[in-house]
Design a protein around this ligand. Structure first.
Ligand code: ZN
Length: 148
């Protein structure tokens, strides 16, 4: 396999920056990416509005989703890319998408071991995916920790 990923240390979550009524699938992402000069979908997994997980590029191949990651050691060569459909103009993702994201994360950690998951916005100068992914995964237990 050409361009096989050397290591897998983390997951980067992106968004398609489409509106809530744009019911995109991997086919639309591929067309969009081709128009921007990529040979195929730059992401490994796509999560559609109804929470379905679709396959983009092969999971073992390096992604094509990061360009400027000066504040991180994450690169295309050591991360898995997930794209949530939506994100324009704001964090308009569906409940099913968040459920699917958590489930997909669990599946990937079973396969690859412990993985750090971040949003593109946490490692590059971008808004995608309009929320703090790391907080979503690590800080979601504030209610149970609140004992004052
Ligand atoms: Zn992105």
């Amino acid at each position: 396999m050409t361009n096989k990923r050397k290591a897998t240390i983390g997951i980067v979550v992106h968004s398609s920056q489409t509106t809530a009524d744009q019911d995109w699938s991997v086919v639309d992402i591929e067309r969009h990416d081709r128009q921007r000069g990529k040979l195929s979908c730059g992401f490994h997994k796509i999560i559609t509005r109804n929470g379905a997980v679709e396959n983009g590029r092969h999971i073992e191949v390096s992604g094509l989703h990061l360009t400027d990651t000066t504040s991180s050691n994450f690169t295309n060569q050591n991360t898995i890319a997930i794209c949530l459909i939506g994100g324009e103009p704001d964090c308009n993702f569906t409940y099913q998408q968040f459920v699917a994201l958590k489930k997909l994360y669990d599946e990937l950690t079973v396969k690859y071991g412990k993985l750090k998951i971040v949003g593109h916005n946490e490692i590059a100068n971008t808004d995608m995916p309009r929320f703090n992914v790391n907080n979503f995964f690590t800080g979601s237990s504030t209610q149970s920790n609140h004992d004052t």
